[in-house]
Design a protein around this ligand. Sequence first.
Ligand code: ATP
Length: 325
Amino acid sequence: MRQLFLNHRRAKVDHEPIAGHLSPTALVAHNLCKSYGNRPVVQDVSFTLEAGEILGFLGPNGAGKTTTIGMLYGAVIPDRGFVQLDGWQVQTQGQQARSHMGIVTQEDNLDPELTVFENLVFFANYYRITGQAARLRAGELLAQVGLQEYGKYTPDELSGGLKRRAVLARALINRPRIVFLDEPTTGLDPDARQEFWKLVSQLKQDGCGVLLTTHYMDEVQRLCDRLLLLQQGQVVDQGTPAALIERIIGSEVVEIAGVAEPLLQQLATQTGVWCRPFGSSYLLTLPREPDELWQQLVSTQPTSLTRRHANLEDVFLRLTGRSLQ
Ligand SMILES: Nc1ncnc2c1ncn2[C@@H]1O[C@H](COP(=O)(O)OP(=O)(O)OP(=O)(O)O)[C@@H](O)[C@H]1O
């Protein structure tokens, strides 16, 4: 992050439209590739993010999400590919591009020596917002994230949830068009997470594009308009949550326990459905006409048999073979 601050030092906030530099799509990532040593960790990742959209960027641990986000904001140099933000190339016009983005990294990296208010004022200076203007902007942001009472505290005097809100406030100092949120609510209690979600929803309503990585399925379901699923550095699928569920799984699944796997796999093959271990039970998709398979499953005398609506966790399991968490 220190490197990022240095990169920001000369960034100038410039929201005036510049002919030839604005595109209707706020963010374009094109064929991003990154290897460490000879190990590829991001391979040909391409996507777009529109203003006012929340894009969930999901993948198991080590899938390459943070590396990709690093390339989006210019902290990691891609081996190939490019990122364009509001028409500015992040790799060659970094200062201009960064003046339109805000970043919430996984760490609470506020300066512990400064109060929350001072942190915001100090960060505003990177964008050449100085003096009274910086203090006004800091006050505005404290109000926006509900921290009016906490400006005089140092970060370490705040709870985890309040600290995360302060980090978000800092990311908004330059009124960004795009905000990157890298696992922003990890470790927070349910109330603090819900408070944070309200702030993210507000960003969307204000026309901000948000790229969110998270391991929480409820967060995805609550916030995301569209999902990009990453595995071993590659995009394995993308779409709206509802479309992905319908296309990859269907509307319902069956959870069954107490039946030998070979028998379940045989039934699945016969009916053309998908079956895999799921905790201490097995998960099966259902065919278009499910009654016959259901009866067959009942006749296996399982210890438990449940039919439920398919969800994103099922999609994730089918596409990546792993749970999101
Ligand atoms: N600077 C680096 N040098 C070498 N390998 C790295 C470096 N940064 C990341 N990696 C490796 O690249 C792979 C992708 O890491 P990355 O942090 O991007 O994944 P992630 O999807 O964000 O994971 P998580 O959900 O755990 O945060 C991992 O195997 C990681 O060990």
